[in-house]
Design a protein around this ligand. Structure first.
Ligand code: PEP
Ligand code: MG
Length: 905
């Protein structure tokens, strides 16, 4: 059978299906689905993504069979509507729109009103069709075709329409007269002719030109950039949708709009969207006119009041599509002469809080099951829910002090404070030295890199579905749009608002949840989730916090791996526990050494000349360490606490300034010169590979002995007080079997001594970190002396690549830029290299001890992609920073479900 390249839809049926997104693109599949459900969709057809692939693989040419199939389908629309494409007697007008399998808002191009030419416009007017309407359609066609197909900047056409408004002294395009539009058309033709690219009068030439432009746009810079940022491969290609036009700009009983079936910022189940009366599609998304909201509430104006039948129809369509597609939809519609037509449905982009709430609500409504909810709620959505907000009182004080500059539409939740950048390029540049807020009239796909670099995005124009709003929500950035009182004067490098002039580089604060823009800096503070869960402020609890907890409890039912936390203080341990940590995977004891009243004793211990001085210092430190451990073990009562013995090179603890050194010399009753000499003798050329980790414990055992004693005494004391303390002792930087063997003996000796002294015992497992490649290679031998392994993937990455953790910043950005590395291996585990060591060591360790407990405590323990990998190689737990615990819980569940790390969009 010959391959089929074109699929019809409309008139109550469709050749394609809603699940054929790869072949028909998202838009084509949505149209086929709606048509199949009998939802009113203007008739049309979809040219498949296979044609796009063929086009790019065969020197920009089409499969030979395409032409006939395409024309047959065009004929079918003509027959259905009783019109002819290019027929001056009864012309059919069509739109040509792109549609890839994954939606790329604003990335690809659309052309409306194809099929018009000078003769057809005149013939229609002669027949009595409204001249204003026809010319409005034609001038739009000229500018869209000029921009997308002929490569003439749309700004040239915008200047023409702006002049027309000024000539007639009107504020908006629909007010321009028919004669004024005739002039706009003449000038439009002139622009194209001046560029040597006259507008094709032959409608068939127009339609093929438009189809080619869509396929071309698959490979334009902004589409490639979008795919790069969202990690989409370029393999799919785009489909092309050709569809009979319906007109939202045919008069004041016409409109066009976009709607989400639920609120995309909060997730609330309420139709949410905007429309413009007497306008065509791109007017809404382009943000040129600020649209009306669909349902602002009882009594106000809105779609329900202006177009009651169409509004009811839209509610019905929304409900049917949600029931059918089991997801929140983003709809495009047009109302012509009061009649509703649907032009698009797709899964709607939403903020993190909205995503979680919609997933939980849909389970409760019976639309999806819990596992599906876990697939939809992505780790990044939880990250957004933990993102900062402004303190209510501080913001109110700032407002009272006259710092409120403007209020716009709250398009992306979250608080941000940073310096003003007025262009995307400047934003990207300035972001290198601190947070930046990008302020524009409106954004366009060219701004994507600057948007990515900014902490917040603010526009003076546009609505909740403008480019800025949609893209910012997808990126999880705070965003305010339509702040109409801002005057963005890019050439002058300034922003004028509320009688003030702010310059590029000045501080600005924005609350994307409320839409408020404030001058100056305002420190963002903890999110609602953190306020409720960690700070115990129950009065701010909302549905959003409930949903956050619900989704995590469902994650716990699914996941195989445990989630532990890295915490060094009782406070951190409590945060971790509140977020659901099942243990402490890494307590870095050195952090305790930096405490103001201990550091002097630590320094004395290090610099002591002779055993006596050293022992005296250690004796001072022992009770301090013991009380540290008591605190953290109490906070984690009943759960394991993995305490790592001292790791960093000793000279890190020494004073770096002369004054401190002199003070210390005085305390120790030695001369500053002697002390300086001793300190210098400890300096190393390569401390990361030097005298650190267990090498310290083995060459100066009294330090580790003191620490083990402190742990044992703390645990026994707690046990006697009826508290279930569960410490585990972990050795850093082990590389050989013998190291581990000796360390174990040392530890056991001290434990036995303390147990005897205190008169009780506690079961304290002794394990090791695996962070030196050699340790991974000989894991089978090391496991003979270890009760558990914990991968220190920070050091393991450092030593496997040979990249210094502290110096990688010097070349990594360039490496990423040049594609020499796909991602930062310190952020997401290098599965192909470091991952092999992790997998090997886990397997080899378990050949020695089948039940060996294995976890990870490097930064990768909180990274969703790495978590999927760790699940795959059979680790028992991941340990991450306390605030990553919720993210790790969800990621671990997604790993079990095979849902991937998420975040690919
Ligand atoms: C590691 O190396 O991964 C680790 C957790 O230890 P640190 O970061 O303290 O070196
Ligand atoms: Mg380490």
């Amino acid at each position: 059978m010959a391959e089929k390249f074109v699929y019809a839809f409309g008139g109550g049926s469709a050749e394609g299906r809603g699940d054929q997104k790869e072949l028909l693109g998202g838009k084509g599949a949505g149209l086929a689905e709606m048509a199949g459900l009998g939802i009113p969709v203007p008739p049309g057809f979809t040219v498949t993504t296979d044609v796009c692939k063929h086009y790019h693989a065969h020197a920009e040419s089409y499969p030979p069979e395409l032409k006939k199939e395409f024309e047959d389908h065009l004929r079918a629309i003509e027959t259905q509507l009783g019109r002819g494409f290019g027929d001056p007697g009864k012309p059919l007008l069509v739109s040509v729109r792109s549609g890839a399998a994954t939606s790329m808002p604003g990335m690809m191009d659309t052309i409306l009103n194809l099929g018009l030419n000078d003769a057809i416009v005149e013939a229609e007017i002669a027949r009595g069709i409204d001249a204003r309407f026809l010319r409005d359609c034609y001038r739009r066609l000229l500018s869209m075709y000029g921009d997308v197909v002929l490569g003439v900047s749309k700004h040239e056409f915008e200047a023409v329409i702006k002049r027309a408004r000024e000539r007639e002294g009107v504020a908006t395009d629909p007010e321009i007269s028919a004669a004024g539009l005739a002039q706009v058309i003449r000038e439009g033709h002139e622009i194209l002719e001046q560029h040597g690219k006259p507008f094709p009068q032959d409608p068939m030439a127009q339609i093929w030109g438009a189809v080619g432009a869509v396929f071309e746009s698959w490979n334009n810079k902004r589409a490639i950039e979008y795919r790069r940022i969202h990690h989409l491969s370029g393999a799919g290609g785009t489909a092309v949708n050709v569809q009979a036009m319906v007109f939202g700009n045919r008069g004041f009983d016409c409109a066009t709009g976009v709607a989400f079936t639920r609120n995309p910022s909060t997730g609330e189940k309420k139709l949410f969207g905007e429309f413009l009366v007497n306008a065509q599609g791109e007017d809404v998304v382009a943000g040129i006119r600020t649209p009306q909201v669909i349902a602002p509430g009882p009594g106000g104006p809105g779609l329900g009041k202006d177009f009651p039948d169409a509004y009811q129809g839209l509610l019905d369509v929304a409900a049917r599509l949600e029931t059918h597609r089991h997801d929140m939809q983003d709809l495009e519609f047009t109302i012509e002469a009061g009649q509703l037509y649907m032009l698009q449905t797709r899964s709607g982009k939403r903020s993190g809080p909205a995503s979680v709430r919609i997933a939980v609500d849909m389970v409760e409504e019976g639309l999806i099951d819990r596992r599906e909810a876990l697939r939809r709620a992505e780790p990044n959505h939880l990250v957004q829910m933990l993102a900062p907000v402004f303190d209510v009182a501080e913001k109110a004080a700032a407002v009272k002090a006259g710092r409120l500059l403007a209020t716009g539409l709250p398009a992306g939740p979250g608080a941000a404070s940073g310096r003003i950048a007025l262009t995307a390029e400047r934003a990207a540049e300035m972001a290198k030295t601190g947070p930046v807020i990008l302020v524009r009239d409106e954004t366009s796909p060219e701004d994507i890199v600057g948007m990515y670099a900014s902490v917040g995005i603010l526009t003076s124009r546009g609505g909740m579905t403008s480019h800025a709003a949609v893209v910012a929500r997808g990126m999880g950035k705070p965003c305010i749009v339509g702040a109409g009182s801002l005057v963005v004067d890019e050439p002058a490098g300034e922003l004028r608002v509320a009688g003030q002039i702010l310059r590029e580089g000045d501080q600005l604060s924005m609350d994307g949840t409320s839409g408020e823009v404030l001058s100056g800096a305002l420190a963002p503070r903890d999110s609602e989730v953190i306020q409720v869960m960690i700070e115990g402020r129950r009065e701010v609890r909302s549905r959003s916090v409930d949903c956050f907890e619900t989704i995590l409890s469902w994650a716990d039912d699914e996941r195989r791996m445990q989630v532990w936390a890295n915490a060094d203080t009782p406070t951190d341990a409590r945060v971790a526990r509140t977020f659901g940590a099942q243990g402490i995977g890494l307590c870095r004891t050195e952090h305790m050494f930096f405490d103001a009243d201990r550091i002097a004793w630590v320094r004395r211990m290090i610099l002591a000349d002779g055993l006596e001085g050293r022992k005296a210092a250690l004796a001072k430190l022992l009770p301090e360490q013991q009380s540290d451990f008591k605190g953290i073990l109490t906070a984690m009562e009943g759960l394991p606490v993995t305490i790592r013995l001292l790791d960093p090179p000793l000279h890190e603890f020494l004073p770096h300034e002369d004054k401190q050194l002199e003070q210390l010399a005085e305390q120790m009753k030695v001369s500053p010169a002697t002390l300086r000499q001793k300190a210098e003798s400890l300096a190393e050329s390569n401390p990361m590979l030097g005298h650190r980790g267990c090498r310290l414990g083995l060459t100066a055992p009294d330090i580790y002995e003191m620490q083990v004693e402190a742990i044992a005494r703390a645990a026994c004391g707690l046990k006697l007080a009826g508290i279930d303390a569960r410490p585990e002792i972990m050795m850093p930087l082990v590389g050989t079997e013998r190291e581990m063997e000796v360390l174990r003996q040392l530890t056991m000796r001290v434990l036995a001594r303390v147990f005897e002294d205190v008169g009780t015992t506690v079961d304290i497992p002794i394990g090791t970190m695996i962070e030196v490649p050699r340790a991974a290679l000989v894991a089978e031998q090391i496991a003979r002396h270890a009760d558990f392994f914990s991968f220190g993937t920070n050091d393991l990455t450092q030593m496997t690549f040979g990249y210094s953790r502290d110096d990688v910043g010097k070349f990594l950005p360039e490496y990423l830029e040049q594609g020499l590395l796909p991602v930062d291996p310190f952020a997401s585990v290098d599965v192909t290299g470091v991952g092999q060591l992790v997998e090997w060591a886990t397997q080899r360790g378990r050949t020695t001890k089948t039940k060996l407990k294995v976890g990870v405590c490097g930064e990768h323990g909180g990274d969703p992609k790495s978590i999927v990998f760790f699940d795959g190689v059979g680790l028992d737990y991941v340990s991450c920073s306390p605030y990553r615990v919720p993210i790790a819980r969800l990621s671990a569940a997604r790993a079990t479900l095979g849902a991937g790390p998420g975040g690919g969009d």
